[in-house]
Design a protein around this ligand. Structure first.
Ligand code: DX5
Ligand code: ZN
Length: 230
């Protein structure tokens, strides 16, 4: 995984057909997705349950590029090895998931994955100050985690700007997760984000048997983020 700040579109398979994850991952990549975003929820840290390491391992052979695993679980540490073994390229944990985030980030890198740190909407940018030299990605939640299809929280744009200034020249991605669409994508891109997660806005109108709308949606979001309306 090489580092750059170009806009990357990361469709969240939370909005995919759960009975067809393998084919859905292949379809979004064929339609231009840069990363595949995988939302793991435990019904404890967030009020919804999705799936765990076994599902990640099962879909891994269907993903050519980056498998980006967003852990909305607490505790995190007992499961890091399993998600790394499942083939996650990026493992993102929440700063709110427990008191020992520093240890969690060390464990993610020790397991051979890139380390991501996610911030809930109510968590200030300053929380990442002492982690800046041990993270590869900071995920700004622009909805409250747990569900797809929620409304983008505009107050988070200021946080993205603050984080971009704090990061300076460090090779750290800023990821946006929640409510990204062609209207909100340019706002966060201008503020300094480079990885845009999008669930509903990518999968709407398409299916495994009709994947072309995925491509249209991805191109529209990318063009909006890059400042060129499609
Ligand atoms: C929310 C998840 C997101 C979600 C985004 O808890 O982390 O990745 O799937 O979905 P949309 O793009 O529909 O807001
Ligand atoms: Zn996510």
């Amino acid at each position: 995984m090489s580092f750059d700040r170009k806009i990357k579109i990361a469709p969240s398979i939370l909005a995919a057909d759960f009975a067809n994850f393998g084919a859905e991952c292949e379809a979004i990549e064929a339609q231009g997705a840069d990363w595949v975003h995988v939302d793991v929820m435990d019904g404890h840290f967030v009020p919804n349950i999705t799936f765990g390491p076994a599902t990640c391992a099962a879909i891994r052979p269907h993903i050519k590029g980056v498998m980006d695993v967003h852990l909305m679980i607490a505790p995190v540490d007992p499961y890091i090895e399993a998600f790394a073994r499942a083939g996650a390229d990026v493992i993102t944990a929440h700063v709110e998931a427990g008191p020992h985030t520093h240890r969690t980030l060390q464990a993610i890198r020790a397991a051979g994955a890139k380390a991501g740190l996610a911030l809930n909407p109510g968590t200030p940018a300053s929380e990442v100050e002492y982690y800046l030299d041990m993270v590869d990605l900071i995920c700004v939640m622009t909805v409250n985690p747990g569900f797809g299809g929620q409304k983008f929280i505009h107050s988070q744009i200021a946080k993205v700007k603050q984080l971009r200034a704090m990061i300076g020249d460090r090779p750290i991605h800023i990821q946006i997760d929640g409510g990204v669409d062609p209207i909100t994508a340019p706002l966060v891109a201008q503020a300094g984000a480079d990885v845009l997660v999008a669930g509903s806005a990518v999968f709407k109108g398409g299916s495994v048997s009709n994947p072309a709308p995925y491509g249209d949606n991805i191109r529209t979001i990318r063009a909006a983020a890059e400042g060129v309306w499609a």
